[in-house]
Design a protein around this ligand. Sequence first.
Ligand code: PL4
Length: 408
Amino acid sequence: MIRRNPGFSNLTAGYLFPEIARRRKAYLAAHPDAKLISLGIGDTTEPIPPHVDRRMAEYAQRLGTVEGYSGYGDEQGLTALRERIAEVFYAGSVAAQEVFVSDGAKCDIGRLQLLFGRDVEVAVQDPSYPVYVDGSVIIGAAGPYDDGRGGGRPGYRGIRYLPCTAANGYFPDLEALPENGLVYFCSPNNPTGAVATKAQLGALVRAATAKGSLIVYDAAYAEFIRDPALPRSIYEVEGARACAIEVNSFSKTIGFTGVRLGWTVVPRDLAYADGASIHADWNRVCTTVFNGACNVSQHGGLAALEAEGLAEMRTLTDFYLGNAALIRRALEQLGITCIGGDNAPYIWAHFPGRSSWEVFAEILDHCHVVTTPGSGFGPAGEGFIRFSAFGHRENVIEACRRLERLGA
Ligand code: PL4
């Protein structure tokens, strides 16, 4: 019989978000009258803004006509959208041909691992979005500790965890970057909400360059940055074009978590150790195992980058940041130490000395609020809870009211 990719059996736990959904369902089965509010998974709740929605609907209608129909498009995305992304988000530092439109940042993070295979050392911020680690395990670049001393040790062999804690201002020790490895870096960070400064990103780029490592920079929450001094793209930093790929998404900015649209920037300057072009290989990946993002979504993306769409994006991200401010204030009034929420849609709350899953269960049971346990994002997340700011305002206000029960 066919053999299983050992990467799957090497995963030591289920994927975080389905596990939360499973526990939520189990709780509801035992407490069918509970009116749960989710501040857990970072999924958008507000409708797609009218300008973007109208443009997509018009385009979808035209697909039902002979003149308006279109089939497969370029795997790399619509030229007009690639040009507009380069212009709006990168102001000339990136060419349209270096922008590859996708069906979302998560999907591209998974596909990017094809470029580097299993013989690469991977480094992640600890805590971080679990796709970086779990995807590395599936492809075989990481696995469980098997030296006989790993029993109970959190994390995986082959992953270099770079702790990001209050003690280091949520920015890792760059001495610990691997040589010739792959470094995942997310800013604004999921789950902590911390944003790297331009000086910090400069140091990251210099360290990665010196060590011959490549950065995959996840900027999925860049549009939530309100502090004008904070960088929204790694390409704001000199040298980044030669050591960094950037992934981004329309998911959280215009409510496209279900519609699906994102992009990845792969500069032509990037090269492997043997001098081969990473841009050329990414183009090969896109044309070989991807067939282009949905054409309706891409027209939604184009609309989002027109003046009305950009204004809608701002209004929507402001709304979620308003939620974040309410949640953070409610937690701080209870004496809980938090970061995030000011330039990111996540609040990272500390429950010292407690297990994250235990606090998750307590909040679920006492407040009927679903959260995300910090330990699901890496060993350094133990003792923390992530609160997501995605929710209807009335639910967020009610959740904040219920959280007061934690102080009782
Ligand atoms: C739940 C840092 C959320 N089912 O929608 P995409 O694919 O363009 O972007 C996904 C993504 C990429 N990068 C970062 C992210 O935080 C996310 C989305 N993360 C969360 O709650 O952490 C949604 C998670 C989704 C999943 O499994 O990823």
